[in-house]
Design a protein around this ligand. Sequence first.
Ligand SMILES: NC(=O)c1ccc[n+]([C@@H]2O[C@H](COP(=O)([O-])OP(=O)(O)OC[C@H]3O[C@@H](n4cnc5c(N)ncnc54)[C@H](O)[C@@H]3O)[C@@H](O)[C@H]2O)c1
Length: 322
Amino acid sequence: MHEIVQKTYLVTGGDGFIGQHLVAKLVATGHDIIVVDNHITSMPSEDTPGVKVLQANIEQLNLSQLPKIDGIFHLASIAAPRLFREHPMSVIRPNIHGTERMVQLAELNSCRLIYTSSSETYGNAGDSISSKKMAEDHTSAHLLLSDKSPYSSAKVMGEEIIRSAKERGVDSTAIRLFNVYGENMDPTLQGRGRVIPNFLNALQQGLAIPVEGDGSQSRTFTWIGDVIEGLVQLMQHHRELPLVMNMGSEETITILDLAKMMATVIDIDPIIEFADRLSGDPDWRCPDCSLLRQTIGWSPQTSIEEGLRILISENLIRHPLI
Ligand SMILES: NC(=O)c1ccc[n+]([C@@H]2O[C@H](COP(=O)([O-])OP(=O)(O)OC[C@H]3O[C@@H](n4cnc5c(N)ncnc54)[C@H](O)[C@@H]3O)[C@@H](O)[C@H]2O)c1
């Protein structure tokens, strides 16, 4: 039997969607957690034994108030595309100044830093490849000064900060997440969040599903439970980690098919409303996760249909369809 060694982890953005699930998992496995969150896109969570919440901007965090830290998960960032243009500095600061500060903290504590980057670093990867998967060295083509560029540029800079830290010997990695979904996404955004909660919100209110463009753009969607397993394994991995790794499902679906699949799972006839697409929005995206598989043996266990069924059945219990 494995004996759990109790550790203290810092989770920035720990009251957000991924953060809450991560904190719950770490606490359940016996660790102490410090959450730093300014609650710009989340609500403070209920008091939980073993979790201390500091309401602060991560880029201004006073490091001297912290106890000894054994590992840092740096998740703090605005992550909903409709907010990137409205709050560009709130996207830029946590990913650039916040990442710098988390590097300092990792150096002070000689501990591992995991930074959540994004598939948005690939920008619009074009149609030029036949395999339709992107490994970490895939070409990236950004539409500069577009609706999405505050976020994609900030994530690219966050990765550069991790690269420079790693070259100085800081134990760190950047993980490019691909559309994570699950329970408790974007609770404060009401239809201005990410695609799955937006569609769910419309379906639950009996409204048309707002599909951006003609819906032919394809994405992959990664179940939250799979991502949490991956992040925890990365923190516990005993060897040095690569600089950057993709983490995501390799099962692609178009946005229009996603809308139809969600309606089928709920068992209603979908009404689709086509809306404007954000500038800089890519036509396709699908990770090649070979490096992550080789490093920690991770691969996602939950198909999009299974994940939607879990999500929708849990949501329906709390918010019955009228
Ligand atoms: N969920 C996804 O599909 C996805 C995909 C790619 C990358 N990511 C990255 O993963 C991380 C977590 O995403 P999420 O889905 O949980 O987003 P989220 O918006 O639900 O959570 C982010 C949290 O960070 C907090 N925050 C934002 N700026 C802050 C600041 N300056 N100081 C302190 N706290 C701050 C927010 O209040 C929120 O609680 C983000 O860095 C995001 O860019 C997420």
